[in-house]
Ligand binder design. Structure first.
Ligand SMILES: OCc1cccc(Br)n1
Length: 433
């Protein structure tokens, strides 16, 4: 572009604070790699999905919160080798601060809970729907942003928290036509892992790293998994024992292995018993291989999966009782889940359950005479004032066409045409509402 010298206040010439637009090159009209636009039709589907997220959250008595998309990078610097850390969308801002586009919402929630301290009575029940980011090499062509629905309960130490969270997700699935034949929840507890590793006096510092490695099972070769577990101080014997336990799919089998006295088995049994009471037993199954890929989980973990096995996990969550202390705060028991906006839409498409969301319009107001534009505006304003929603374009399936014609207007009347039936009648302008 032609550089126009910018005479600063002192009159000296400095380089312009910005490059003037260069109109010789057409800009790339696509959004940045890995991101999406939401034109009207896609936006209606997104609003429908988020409305269901919000209504279910409020049905369970949760309050909506939100946080900045941009957070201090420090919130996400965990040393457990998580994928989310490797893909952090981070940079140094103009104030030389290390910042990141949030890859998840839970650390922001923990920060806000710490900020609020004792001013917020427990239990806290908050939900959020927020855009989250990752910077992934586009080789895999995966998205770099998605919207995540989160529900979190802070201050409830027992598994009633997790039971309620799973119930809220089941409620959501039912509202949008998904049944237990389409989707299930694999449920386990990181205390299973902890109890096995404690038999082999594996250092506590290896626990989170071991969880992250195990979460890669099925994604990388088993030999690689074993090697990585050895590298975080698990003996070959401990690894073999662990892999054997992780293959368990029955609580009875687990109880035979670990005994009934430990927290892992007792909490899982309590959760399955509560599931009976909530009426969602058919949706859940024990699966010891579920550990989830976030370092801070400390107890029950769960993930929603599609029973046809075609899609990635639909949602996931669990208990994270020690997240606040990793930020220097006092620990408060907590559990929560994240539910992305992409896989669920893929599932609805698969199951032919996408909702029909035509643009709905009540009225189109149309003046038949250029001199009646003002009158048409008065009619539109009255209709709007009465909560009527209308759009002027003729290509949308409005219910009524309000015609402001000269002869009728002189009699204080407007014509109303019901587009679906063709029925037409006159209405006194003063009685429009
Ligand atoms: O599920 C992990 C994740 C985090 C941020 C953005 C996207 Br897309 N995916």
């Amino acid at each position: 572009s032609k550089e126009t010298p910018h005479a600063g206040r002192s009159g000296s010439v400095s380089s312009p604070p910005f490059q003037a637009a260069d109109y010789s090159q057409k800009i790339d009209v696509n959004p940045p790699k890995g991101t999406r636009d939401f034109p009207p039709e896609e936006m209606r589907l997104r609003n429908w999905l988020f409305q269901n997220f919000r209504e279910v959250s409020q049905l369970f008595g949760f309050e909506e919160v939100d946080y900045p998309v941009l957070e201090s990078e420090a919130l996400y610097i965990r040393k457990a080798g998580e994928e989310i850390r490797d893909q952090l969308y981070c940079f140094e801002d103009r104030g030389n601060r290390r910042v990141a586009l949030r890859p998840e919402l839970t650390p922001s929630l923990a920060r806000l809970v710490m900020q609020k301290g004792k001013s917020v009575p427990l239990p806290i029940k908050w939900f959020a729907v927020g855009q989250c980011w990752r910077y992934e090499r586009m080789t895999r062509g995966r998205r770099r942003e998605h919207y995540q629905w989160n529900m979190d309960i802070i201050g409830v130490p027992d598994v009633t928290g997790e039971a309620e969270l799973i119930s809220s997700i089941v409620t959501f699935f039912k509202r949008i036509g998904i049944t237990a034949r389409d989707v299930g929840f694999k449920i386990s507890s990181r205390k299973v892992l902890q109890e096995v590793l404690s038999f082999y006096s594996v250092p506590e510092t290896s626990f989170s790293k071991a969880c992250i490695i195990i979460d890669k099972m099925g994604k990388i070769p088993l030999e690689e998994i074993k090697k990585e577990l050895n590298s975080v101080e698990l003996s070959t014997e401990a690894v073999d024992e662990l892999l054997q336990v992780l293959s368990m799919k029955s609580l009875t089998e687990l109880e035979e292995k670990l005994g009934a006295a430990g927290e892992a088995v007792s909490e899982l049994k309590q959760l399955f018993s509560l599931a009976e009471k909530f009426g969602y037993s058919e949706w859940i199954q024990f699966d010891a291989s579920v550990v989830r890929g976030l370092a801070y989980y400390t107890g029950i973990v769960f993930e929603g999966f599609d029973r046809e096995g075609k899609l990635r996990a639909i949602c996931g969550g669990g208990r994270y009782d020690r997240l606040l202390s990793t930020f220097g705060g006092d620990d408060i028991p907590a559990c929560g889940f994240g539910f992305g906006d992409a896989v669920i839409i893929e599932l609805l498409k698969e199951r032919k359950l996408l909702p029909e969301l035509p643009l709905e319009v009540e009225n189109i107001v149309c003046s038949l005479d250029p001199d009646l534009q003002g009158a048409a505006s008065s009619v539109a304003t009255v209709l709007r004032g009465k909560g009527q929603v209308f759009k002027r374009a003729a290509r949308i399936n409005a219910r009524r066409l309000i015609l402001v014609g000269s002869s009728e207007w002189q009699r204080g009347m407007v014509s109303v045409k019901i587009l679906s039936t063709g029925e037409q009648y006159e209405v006194n302008f003063d009685e429009l509402g």
